[in-house]
Structure formats: structure tokens, C-alpha cells
Design a protein around this ligand. Structure first.
Ligand code: PGA
Length: 254
């Protein structure tokens, strides 16, 4: 079975005081959530402090980005080996904000994923169509192309280390979650593409949904057969809300 993975993407938010306040509320609330994997992706500046403060808990840390080079003259960039040194278990790559605001291509995302795998860090590879692409009936085709190209450098024997996050751009930060049926349709399509690429290992690759996930919507999303987790932005900044998302089985609506 695929272990559910609930990840917080804090984006460019939080500082050291806010981190401490968050964890002192959040950690006790998820103490019994042993069946799921809980991941927090803070800004780079908080990775070391997060590592110290989650020691002894089951929470894992993630970076929000990485540079694919090993080292060298890349001012302002952070290499995968440096993230390993910070104790990161995961790193997000190919987030739509990076694709749209910083011009990152699938080929660049593919190099990042490969660099992470070389350092035993699991890449969370984000894909997702824009509203324009969806309205043009191209959602599945766009996502399939992103999957193929963004995972082009993943060695077959490491397929199970990757996590895919389907994040429709029109649902990110908009309060407009994809319906469980829309999300499941794309997730099933992604799994099909993963099967074509990696064979049976595709059954063990986790596919997260992201885009305005809230405590009120997480249960029905997670009930879908190909939705194995959530990548959460806005709601993950609130310790109570993210704890309820992590404890998604308890959020069933009557
Ligand atoms: P959101 O962000 O939950 O605020 O929509 C999700 C993401 O960008 O990963």
C-alpha cells in the first residue's frame, strides 16, 4: 500500500519565531498520526532550525527548490548535497510558481530531480495545467508531457523514491479546489503514464493533489483511489488546519 504523504509548502512565509509557535501547537496534534507521512517545506533559512525542532518526532523536512549543479559559481543557489547536509528527506521541484515566475523548464526540473536522487533526497515533482489549457481540453495532454519530460532523468530503479504532485494552476491559492472526480481523472492518467515509463513500480509511486486543500476538502480527495497525499500551501501555515489535514481520516463529513 502507498503510505499517505501530507506536505506543507510554506512558500516565502514564516520566520524562526513563527516556526517555534507553529511546532509547539502542531506536534502534539499529530502525535497519533503514525499511519501517514508528514512533511514540512519551510524556506531554506529555517531548514536547520526545523531539523533541530522535529528531532524525536516522525515529521520530515523538505526544501522548496534545489539547483541541479553539485557546487560552484552559482551565486544564491543551493545544491542537493547541501540539502542532504541539512537533513532534508524531500525537496519540491517544478512548482508552478517556479515554472511561471522563474521560467523553469521541464528539462531543468528533470535535472533537479536527478540531482536530488544522487543525494538520497526524494523529489516531489509538481505538474499541472493552467485554466486556459484545461478550458481548451488539453489538461491530460499537458500533464502527460510534463510527467514525461520532468521525470526523464529518473533512473528506473529509483522510481519509487519520487513523489508526483498534481497541482492544477487554477486551483493554487485561489480557494478553488479541483473536485475529487476531476483530480482522480488526472491522477489516474498520471499513474498510467508512470506505468508506461516505470512498469509495476508505478503502483508504489505516491501522487499528491495540491491546490487549495483544506480540512473540509481533504477527506473526499484522499478517498479517491489514485490520490495518495496532499501538497498544501495556504492552509499549512495554520497548525490546527494542517493537523486536521494530516489527520484526514477524521475529517469525514457527516
Ligand atoms: P495552496 O498552495 O494550498 O495555497 O493552493 C498549494 C501549493 O502551491 O503547493
Amino acid at each position: 500500500m502507498r503510505r499517505p504523504i501530507l506536505a506543507a509548502n510554506w512558500k516565502m512565509n514564516m520566520d524562526s519565531a513563527a516556526l517555534g509557535a507553529f511546532l509547539s501547537r502542531f506536534v502534539p496534534l499529530v502525535a497519533d498520526a503514525a499511519a501517514v507521512e508528514i512533511v514540512i517545506a519551510p524556506p531554506f533559512t529555517l531548514l536547520d532550525r526545523l531539523r533541530e525542532q522535529i528531532a524525536g518526532t516522525a515529521i520530515l523536512s523538505a526544501a522548496q527548490n534545489v539547483n541541479p549543479e553539485e557546487s560552484g559559481a552559482f551565486t544564491g543557489e543551493i545544491a542537493a548535497g547541501m540539502l542532504a547536509d541539512m537533513g532534508c528527506s524531500y525537496a519540491i521541484v517544478g512548482h508552478s510558481e517556479r515554472r511561471a515566475l522563474f521560467g523553469e523548464s521541464d528539462a531543468f526540473v528533470a535535472r533537479k530531480a536527478a540531482a536530488l536522487l544522487r543525494h538520497q533526497i526524494c523529489p516531489i515533482v509538481c505538474v499541472g495545467e493552467t485554466l486556459e489549457q484545461r478550458d481548451a481540453g488539453r489538461a491530460l495532454e499537458v500533464v502527460a508531457a510534463q510527467i514525461e519530460q520532468s521525470l526523464a532523468e529518473v533512473p528506473g530503479d529509483q522510481a519509487e523514491a519520487i513523489v508526483v504532485a498534481y497541482e492544477p494552476v487554477w486551483a493554487i491559492g485561489t480557494g478553488r479546489t479541483a473536485t475529487p472526480a476531476i483530480a482522480q481523472e488526472v491522477h489516474a492518467h498520471i499513474r498510467g503514464r508512470l506505468r508506461a515509463r516505470f512498469g509495476d513500480a508505478a503502483n508504489r509511486i505516491r501522487i499528491q493533489y495540491g491546490g487549495s486543500v483544506k480540512p473540509e476538502t481533504v477527506y473526499d480527495l484522499m478517498a479517491q483511489p489514485d490520490i495518495d497525499g496532499a501538497l498544501v500551501g495556504g492552509a499549512s501555515l495554520d497548525p490546527e488546519a494542517f493537523a486536521r489535514i494530516a489527520c484526514f481520516q477524521e475529517q469525514r463529513n457527516p
